[in-house]
Ligand binder design. Sequence first.
Ligand code: HEC
Length: 166
Amino acid sequence: MTAWRLLVAGLCVAALALGGWLAMQAPAPPATTISIWDPADPDLGRKAYAMCQGCHGLDGRGVPGYAPALAGSRWLTGDPRAATLITLHGFDATSEPGAAYVSSRMLAHGQLADHEIAAALSWSRGQWGNNAPAITREQVTALRARFASRSTPWSPAELRAIIGAP
Ligand code: HEC
C-alpha cells in the first residue's frame, strides 16, 4: 500500500515537472491587444485619447521636461505613418540634438486595438489647432503587420527613413 502511494506521488511530481518543462518550451504568446472601446462609438477618439492624456495633457500641451506637446507637433500631424508607428512601438528622440523637451522616451502603446489607435490619433490630429486628416483603422492594421517584429521605440532617424523625410 505504501509503495503504491509512493508510486502515485512520484508520478504526480513527474507530471508536474513535465508540465512545467513543457510550459517553458512553449513559444511566447503573441502580443495581445486590448479593446476597451466600441468601434462604433462616435466619441471614441476623445475617449481613446485618455490613454495619452496623462502625459500629453488634455490640453495637448504635454508635461514640460517630460512629454512633448501634441498641439502643433509635426510628428503627430505630419506623415500618418510616423504618428502611427510612434504609438504602436514608442518613440525615443533622446539622442536627437536639440530636442529640448525630451527627458524620456515614450513606451509602446501597441496593446491598444487598431481602431483605438486610429481614433486617438485622428482625434488629436484635429484638436488644439491641429488640422491634419484622420488616420484609418486600416492604416494602423497595415503598419502593425508590416512592422510586426518591431519591439523597440523608433528613433527620429528611423522614422525619417521610413517616411522619406530629409
Ligand atoms: C507615459 C507617458 C506617455 C503616454 C501615456 C503617451 N506618450 Fe506619447 N510621448 C511620451 C514621451 C515622453 C514622448 C517623447 C519621447 C521622445 O521624444 O523621446 C512622446 C512622444 C509622442 C509623439 C511625438 C511628439 C513629438 O512632437 O515629438 C507622439 C505623436 C505621441 N507621443 C503620441 C502619443 C499617443 C497617440 C498616445 C496615446 C495613445 C501617447 N503618445 C501616450 C510619453 C507618453
